[in-house]
Design a binder for this molecule. Sequence first.
Ligand code: ADP
Length: 510
Amino acid sequence: MAQPLPPATIAAFAAIVGKDHVFFDDADQLSYQDKFAIDDALHHPAGAVAPATVEQVQAIVRVSAERGLSLWPISRGKNLGYGGSAPLLAGSVVLDMSRMKKIDYDEANGTVLLEPGVGFYDLYDFLKSRGMKHWLSVPGNSWGSVVGNALDRGVGYTPYGEHAARICGIEAVMADGLVVRTGMGALDGAPTWQLYRFGFGPSWDQMFVQSNFGIVTKMGLWLMPAPESLMGIDLEFDRPEDLGPLIDAIAPLRREGLLQQSPTIGNWLRAAAVVTTRDQWTDKPGALADDVIAAIRKKFNVGWWGVSLRLYGRESVNKAAYAVLEQAMGALKPMAMRPTSWKAGEPMEASGWTGTPLTMPMQNANWHGGRGGHVGFSPILPQSGAAAMAQFQRTYARYKEFGMDYQASFAFGERHLINVNAVLINKDDPALMGRVDPFLKQLIADAKAQGYGEYRTHLDYMDAVASTYDFNKGALWQINRKVKDALDPNGVIAPGKSGIWPTRKAGGRA
Ligand code: ADP
């Protein structure tokens, strides 16, 4: 457990938010810790305080600054695999903004202004009650917050799947309590806050993403107009080496914009890890053997790799684009090619493709049974079949060497790939747990040797990943530290997030 806070400090928080919204006993500490952490003790919070308004956030920041405390802001704290609701620095106070749930919807322009507590299910229900004129983009774990996910650069399945790229205007409370609005929001009363992303002068929305420079209290987001038609193909490929040609076939379609959504190529474990557990397949330790992989593939009728491609918009346009997709994919000779189509008015499948919130993929945390979880390793690669194949071979060999079951995907962005690897864990298996940290460190080092860096990481690896971004002796981190020192020299807000520490707290865990 973390050191308890002095009763007077807890009373000061309670005076701001009410006694029902301060959480500082042992059970509270446990409920805010990271359930998936390799070592929970590193991230035990002192407790949590849950404001309902921006003014309360400001007051909490002031109390924390006066008393030398660090806050760890979370929106809904479902960032599982990256730290969940837990702070990087043990003893921090979690600032839980899940009570702040306002939604402002501009239906004519297709934008929302959201408070951090709005979950994907909340926004989905809200849009449904207004006739679903706009669709969401949801991540694989839609339990969390729309704002929190965009702030950690989460991704989804539709053309709006790069969530951080759809942010338009932020309101944030700074470490000195100042409230700022970015972009057009800096112009008091501007009706264009959610319409023009850049404002006048430097554009600072992205400064609050994956950072600790401020506490985001409102975020503008663009929503996708509900399409008239959705068409696509689900494909399966038989051999590991089919990955390279598949990437080289999809990449130009993605770059020219024929394909506007970002497909994800995933391996054979994706279904099995969600609807079965490992002991149903084998009792042997170490990476799954080829005969087990073959049995899994047979049962779920899947390839070594599978991918789903989707087209959104006008039906006439989709039909023309579909013909191009079909030809490009057919040329690759997939083992299965299943077309799918939907038109407005028809019953809609509940899936990530239709922006319906889902939590099913999280079930893979139960693959090993016990106190399960997963930790991500996600380097950014160029959109090159050869580069992806080499990365796959290197990583898969490491999975075997460390005795881990391979669950991986290659997710397209507009110009890049994210190679998302889930490392499935069981905290009740000490032998497995003993391998996880050396394995992840090895993967980070292997990627760095190729010039690849991760796009997002667990609390435990933020410093390690930051240190791989090392051009000119880590000049970028010197800048980040200078900004942190200027805005928050005492580290009131999330010290250590993304490897950014103020000088006075440097070495906190750096
Ligand atoms: P989700 O519930 O969508 O998974 P989280 O609330 O867990 O999102 O947020 C993910 C991460 O983003 C947090 O660990 C924190 O570092 C950061 N974060 C979340 N909300 C805020 C916020 N309102 N202001 C600043 N940083 C935030």
